[in-house]
Write a protein that binds this ligand. Structure first.
Ligand code: FES
Length: 151
């Protein structure tokens, strides 16, 4: 083999190796798995706090309010922490808005009608055939007239 032929074949070989490596790298998808959908979303970032003024809000049993994506519900009379519940206000299924339905004493999603108890457990799955997960429930403190939930 002549020197010229050898160099040509060497160049072609290197080009083939580089091209193969490039195709391999470019065609490869991320090694990380798909995000787990549809469940697991809708919580607020850890450390987030939200407060309610009990002098003007949540005065009646069954009333509710959303502050900082946390759904506060008055479940009983009095201003002890046990008189309230605080859950995520965004549905873990696909992000629908959650509301407390006082007449039925459950939390319902406005998008696919999943239902949850005030303790966050699932009462009904979404009506689109999907599945949801339990709601995050946040601990509460009361200081004077201020009710605070911490995510
Ligand atoms: S987004 Fe709430 S049930 Fe689908």
């Amino acid at each position: 083999m002549e020197r010229n032929e050898f160099l040509k074949s060497l160049g072609l070989g290197v080009a083939m190796v580089c091209t193969g490596a490039c195709f391999s790298a470019c065609g490869k998808k991320s090694d990380s798995p798909e995000p787990s959908k549809p469940n697991g979303g809708g919580g607020v970032p850890s450390g987030t706090t939200a407060s309610v003024d009990l002098g003007t809000q949540l005065l009646a049993v069954g009333s509710s309010v959303v502050v900082n994506s946390i759904l506060f519900i008055r479940t009983a009379a009095g201003n002890a922490t046990t008189s309230f519940a605080a859950t995520q206000a965004i549905c873990p299924h696909q992000g629908g808005a959650l509301s407390f339905i006082q007449a039925s004493n459950y939390i319902q999603c406005g998008l696919h009608s999943s239902r949850y108890s005030t303790s966050g457990s699932i009462l009904a799955q979404p009506n689109d055939g999907g599945t949801t997960s339990a709601l995050k429930v946040y601990p509460l403190t009361v200081s004077g007239n201020t009710l605070t939930a911490t995510a």
